[in-house]
Design a protein around this ligand. Sequence first.
Ligand SMILES: Cc1cc2nc3c(=O)[nH]c(=O)nc-3n(C[C@H](O)[C@H](O)[C@H](O)COP(=O)(O)OP(=O)(O)OC[C@H]3O[C@@H](n4cnc5c(N)ncnc54)[C@H](O)[C@@H]3O)c2cc1C
Length: 379
Amino acid sequence: MMEEIPLSEFRDYVAQVAEREIAQRAADADKTESFPWESWRALADNDLLGVNAPAEFGGMGLSNQHYAVMIEEITKADPSVAVTVAVHTGLVIYMIDRFGTEEQKAKYLPDLIKGKTLGAFALSEPNAGSDAGSIKTAARETGSGFVLNGTKIFCTSGSIADLIIVFAVTDPEQGKRGISAFLVEKDTPGFSVPRTERKLGWRGSPLAQLAFDDALVPKENMLGERGAGMKLALTALDTGRIGMAAMGTGIIAEALRLSSEYAKERRQFGKPIGSFGAVADMIVGMAVDYEAARLLTLNAARLKDEGARFTKEASVAKLFATEAAMRAAINCIQVFGGYGYTTEYKPERLFRDAKALSIVEGTNQIQKLVIAREILGRL
Ligand SMILES: Cc1cc2nc3c(=O)[nH]c(=O)nc-3n(C[C@H](O)[C@H](O)[C@H](O)COP(=O)(O)OP(=O)(O)OC[C@H]3O[C@@H](n4cnc5c(N)ncnc54)[C@H](O)[C@@H]3O)c2cc1C
């Protein structure tokens, strides 16, 4: 459809939508801890939720590099919306497109792509975070399907999602090869959302606990092969890390923009503070980090577009961009001085919104483990 649109043109297009429709709602969503549905609808109306989904289901069919650029631009406007889109598009739509049956694709993709329905991804459990292979949610086979029992935590969009990809153990004796993935609709009897978390940042993005109490999921809603759940999750998380790296890049870009503008306006000792080397140095650091984070992210996305292996590159990009995002956000507060510490100005929210990036889709310690394994092999 828009196959040939150059990245720079696409970036401008998304930036305009984000500035016009999303940015002004971010502070309020943060304050009220509520998901900004108008921002979601604006992205849907501009076809952006299906950025790299196939055209036959209503997607734009663009590349993973376009996806990364889009997430970066949305993050500048509102990281809470960006993470919602990253899970919906980068994990849920991607997984159904890649691993779903023709029936599953036809049933779920068109509405997800149009934003009529919203997707979530439920892997983490109270006792299984980094060690995701140790999940305990059980899926017992019966005549008509699988009966799910267990608890998921930290599910982004869990309380507002219509469709959730849930990982559960179908064959306990098989260990990690006994985990399968399921497409669970929100109205499934036995499924409930007991609580949502209050948190440091991403306050416009609800983070939910999910409970499954004899929730019957039809057989045809198994996603991928029985026992392939962990493989699916790890494949999806490789892609997810490109999204988180793009979010880190967006945080750095926004810190750089805010800091540069402020350093030119704010005067002390009769001069703009940007004229002081120590202040300019923080801004230069952000600029260098931005270029590096953006290129690492686009590199991982390009490898994926080419069908090459990109596990290491996605982890490198995620690790670098999200740590650089924290540096940039901290220094952005520093450039603003006391004003930056108050809720009247954006840097404190940027700082709170940056932190989650080093935890989600594999903590940064886990990224180091992945990178080490890619270099050294399993020792
Ligand atoms: C805002 C937010 C959104 C999230 N969204 C989702 C979602 O949509 N779906 C979902 O399934 N999950 C989601 N999560 C959960 C997230 O993926 C987990 O929090 C993450 O994987 C870490 O797991 P944990 O919190 O149990 O920490 P733990 O695994 O207990 O880790 C605790 C600490 O130990 C370190 N550690 C653990 N193992 C190792 C190791 N082998 N080597 C070195 N260090 C190690 C970790 O890096 C960390 O510093 C979300 C979390 C947050 C905060």
